[in-house]
Write a protein that binds this ligand. Sequence first.
Ligand code: MIG
Length: 815
Amino acid sequence: MESSEAIRPEKMGPLVMTETWNTPGSVESWERSESIYIVRGERAGIAFVFLNDEIFRMKLFHGQVPDLTTTPAVLAESCIPHLFPVEEDEDQLVFTTSCIRLIIEKTSFLIRVENLAGEVIMQQNLTSWNPRGASHAEYDMQPDSHFYGLGEKSSFLDKRGERYTNWNTDVFAPHLPEIEALYESIPLLIHMHGELAYGLFLDNTGRSDFDMRSHGVAFTVGCSTGAYDIYFINGPEMKDVVKRYTALTGRIALPPKWSIGYHQSRYSYMNQQEVLQLARTFREKNIPCDVIYLDIHYMDEYRVFTFDPVNFPEPQKMIAELGELGVRIVPIVDPGVKKDPKYEVYKEGVLNKHFCRKLEGDIFFGEVWPGISAFPDFSDSRTAEWWGDLHKYYTDLGIQGIWNDMNEPAVFNESKTMDLDVMHFNDGRPVTHEEYHNLYGMMMSKATYEGLAEHMAGERPFVLTRAGYAGIQRYAAVWTGDNRSFWEHMAMAMPMVLNMGLSGLAFAGPDIGGFAHHTSAQLLVRWTQMGVFFPYCRNHSSIGTLRQEPWSFGEEVEGILREFIGLRYRWMPHIYNLFHEAEDCGLPVIRPLILEYPRDPHVTNLCDQFLLGDNVLIAPVYRPDTDHRSVYLPEGCWLDYWDGEVHEGGKHILAAAPLHIMPMYVKAGSFTAEGPLKQYAQEEMEETVIFHLYGAKAEKDFTASFTLYEDDGHSFAYRKGAYSQIAVEAKGTGDGLLLNWFYKTDAYKPPREMLRFALCYPFFSADDVDGLPEISLDELKEGRKGWARNGKSGAILIQVPDERSGGELRIRAGN
Ligand code: MIG
């Protein structure tokens, strides 16, 4: 006898179901509930929350009351609702702030944002959801629309014509143009059209997608589960969007200086001797280096919070010896905890219910390096604290930085991650992994950062992560995962890291030299030349590939790498200053030209060159056997960093680039700040700062100014005011230059006696510098007061005591 089993639906062939997409229908009513505006349609409502004059949130909801909790991406202090005047007529509801008008069309529920001049900034045409819980909305796209942001994505800078998914994924060999989802998910899209730019931030931690390809005149933003909870972030400039987005989701914490030095890694340095030898080699060869990474082989059978007793028998001794050389270690910590009842971390985790479980109570096990493993549920504060505290094991050894890998989380199975029905306890608001996935890595790094900070007595921790979600910048630097030693991947690192910068991730970079596959002498040279100007600067390579430490390809290559790594250390004051700016206002350390020159049609998709800050243009060579490249110089006058050649901007030039040169240009009339060449960031020495002024003119309309931020570089004392800011200004006087400087704040006293100014490639020659003696370059280097000419470059070097009261100098032009 057959049972009803015989007529199971799937036996009838595949089930075909047409998905009906629902829309809210016409607006039926609206009300204000405290500071929230609730607009109800026939079938759903949208809650509007204004966070200020420039940012509002729209959340689609079903039922009577919207749930307005946010994800941890959004800072609570940025999320305070404000009231604005509302006008209503038969057709529309209009909210007006001091900058924008939000217009809701009643019949269609179309949502439009205009500026006060009546120009349309954004238009959301259709909001819809399907019975399976997916939602999406459609937005107008213009013929001149360009798209940026979206964090870590492959392909070019402008995302027009692309489609991306956000679902943190560990793909091996991932950096291909068609890959839609990588390790990080930052659902922020910046849309620029005409002279207007705005951002859309979809705060959804499940799978989301942005499609700027498929719909011709519209683009869509959707999510497959969870709430359609989107923030409109006004421009009008892209810079405004970046600043506002980072005010909403947070900015980087100023990293310790050592973490912005040069880092050396390999999967793996296999034992204590190898690590020590590596550190000694850097010092013997005078190649600066701050950090050596310990990849998975340092552990005892991949158990996190252990050292292998055979290969790393004396971690304490090793770390002390490295410390004397000025080298730190950053060990890797993955989330998978080995299933082993004799392993303390596992035991504690099980007994205290720290691991992710199914709803029914079973721990989720997945296979990763240690074999069968359990995964901490970082969504629960109790577990996050436990995990953070475990890092005392490392901080007791003097370790101040941790590398979080595999935290998508990556699992060796078909889905590449946890089962979607694993639960996250989430401090009493349990959610499935399907809804939570993209947050997992960020919450791990948050727990790590906070745990380290707790045990580091006021020192700044460093965390490096592979996975993350919006807001990850508050806790960790991000590297772009497993690229390969391909020229194409070097080239792609530019748009990728530039867009990461526009998405709040100011501290990011790729594996220099490439991770998988085999690097070559030229590739390593070219990649390092570029990499020393990226915010995060680490050379890393995979097991089984050619070695790529700086001395791996003979003396010529080693010499070039020494120069360029040294350049990063000489430029440290300047780079650190940009990190301070990133913490202060959210602007990235390296920038696509479009950020600084938004009206220049040549730069909308320009991503084989970039700016360090706003005035230094870096043009890497990213093809083999290439000794020239074309460089686009935007408006203004640019000086070749290497030889001072003057170029009028607004055009392309052909730059000579033999292997030892990477084309670099500094904008005339701007400053950079350099310091002494150190072998590691905290090496103690006289820290004379050198303000380089490029292309000074004696004419009266010439002005240039700069402010340099300084602090101790390693503690949190700066948050209590222990920093200094020195403002420098130069003005043409008609017959020369007036240079003046003063400390805006001087609560931090850098270890130096003298200040130096270098007028690089000035458009005049100097006759006299305020009565100072003219001295030789050697005397200058010895620390004497006076001025000197650098015959080779034509630079005028001036050295004066660094007085807290500041100073002023008149430079008289000769003939
Ligand atoms: O896929 O820990 O992206 O940087 O060296 C292997 C070993 C797991 C992936 C990381 C890579 C790291 C490697 N890890």
